[in-house]
Design a protein around this ligand. Structure first.
Ligand SMILES: Nc1nc2c(ncn2[C@@H]2O[C@H](COP(=O)(O)OP(=O)(O)O[C@H]3O[C@H](CO)[C@@H](O)[C@H](O)[C@@H]3O)[C@@H](O)[C@H]2O)c(=O)[nH]1
Length: 244
């Protein structure tokens, strides 16, 4: 890709955080290294939901190190859920492409240039990381967690047939206008948001590319996926099955 094309696009990387004080400096460092090396224009938007562990304060320190044009802080006062954190971040994004990823080091930023290249080659509306194709995989999850993820994907494939191998993954690149369109029709607030976005994208005939990724379980902190999120997923899936 020529450097002139590289300079035309800007990628807004959204990092939702809740209690990620140990992970934040590492993920930011890795994103900055990967993006600077690749030469694409970018900003990183941190959406912290009032983490009691000092994540926002860590973000403020990082903003001093890397600059406020690279690190943008858009905090909210309390934990309002992953889906609405993305929506909040998008409102403040200045890029024409949006990348969403976890802040807990499960998603390596080395894949971002690969997502961008795939998007540029095929002009995809969405590129999504998949753990369930080719070299993709999950590292570090116990049997129960693998079963939840596989089960959620299997049920969604069975009921909605969206034709994408990993529906619950949250490492994705979107054209910004596509994402804005999808958000208007999306009703989910929590983790089920990822699945609903793909289902809605298929309804709108947006094109979706998949890039295999290695998902690595977090070392620091804890997953926020609880029983209520699983119930929300099941309810959301049923709702989409009945209404679409
Ligand atoms: N701002 C904000 N951030 C949140 C919230 N809940 C979670 N996060 C952030 O969202 C990211 C993922 O949260 P985790 O709780 O660590 O996710 P996980 O259990 O590892 O789940 C992963 O796998 C799921 C299934 O495969 C995915 O659905 C999920 O999005 C994520 O990638 C982390 O950066 C975490 O801090 C929230 O309510 N608000």
């Amino acid at each position: 890709m020529s450097s002139s094309t590289k300079s035309q696009n800007k990628y807004s990387i959204l990092l939702p955080t809740y209690n990620e004080v140990e992970n934040l400096p590492i993920i930011i460092w890795l994103i900055v290294k990967c993006m600077e090396k690749s030469g694409y224009g970018y900003e990183i938007i941190i959406i912290d939901d009032g983490s009691p562990d000092g994540t926002l304060e860590a973000g403020e320190q990082l903003q001093k190190i890397y600059g406020s044009s690279k690190i943008v802080l858009r905090p909210r006062e309390k934990k309002l859920g992953l889906g609405t954190a993305y929506i909040h971040g998008i409102k403040h994004a200045t890029g024409n492409f949006i990348i969403i990823m976890d802040a807990d080091l499960s998603h390596h930023p080395k894949y971002i240039p690969e997502f961008i290249q795939q998007q540029e080659i095929h002009n995809y509306d969405i590129v999504t990381g998949t753990r369930y194709l080719g070299n993709g995989g999950v590292h570090g999850w116990d049997f129960k967690r693998k079963l939840i993820s596989r089960g959620a994907n299997f049920l969604t494939q069975l009921l909605l047939r969206p034709g994408v191998s990993d529906l619950t993954g949250s490492f994705r690149l979107y054209k910004k206008d596509v994402l804005q369109t999808l958000i208007q029709s999306c009703i989910s607030k929590g983790y089920v948001f990822q699945m609903e976005m793909i289902v809605r994208a298929r309804q709108c005939h947006f094109t979706i590319g998949e890039v295999p990724i290695a998902f690595v379980d977090r070392v620091y902190g804890e997953s926020k996926l609880g029983g209520s999120e699983i119930v929300q997923f099941a309810t959301g899936l049923l709702y989409l099955f009945v209404t679409t």
